[in-house]
Design a protein around this ligand. Structure first.
Ligand SMILES: [Zn+2]
Length: 49
């Protein structure tokens, strides 16, 4: 099953390959450097679709 991550900023990631967690963390660090999201919090935003 694919994984989908919708960031509150409008960025959406759909990954069929299981690399969504890495990409999500990269996005959070690149686009939201002021956020203090932990890895767990980012991963909670990922939904299986
Ligand atoms: Zn974002």
């Amino acid at each position: 099953m694919a994984k989908m991550l919708s960031c509150p900023c409008g960025w959406t990631l759909i990954s069929p390959q299981g690399v969504e967690d890495v990409n999500a963390l990269i996005h959070a660090k690149d686009c939201h450097p002021g956020l203090t999201e932990t890895e767990d919090e980012v991963l909670k935003m990922i939904k299986t679709v």
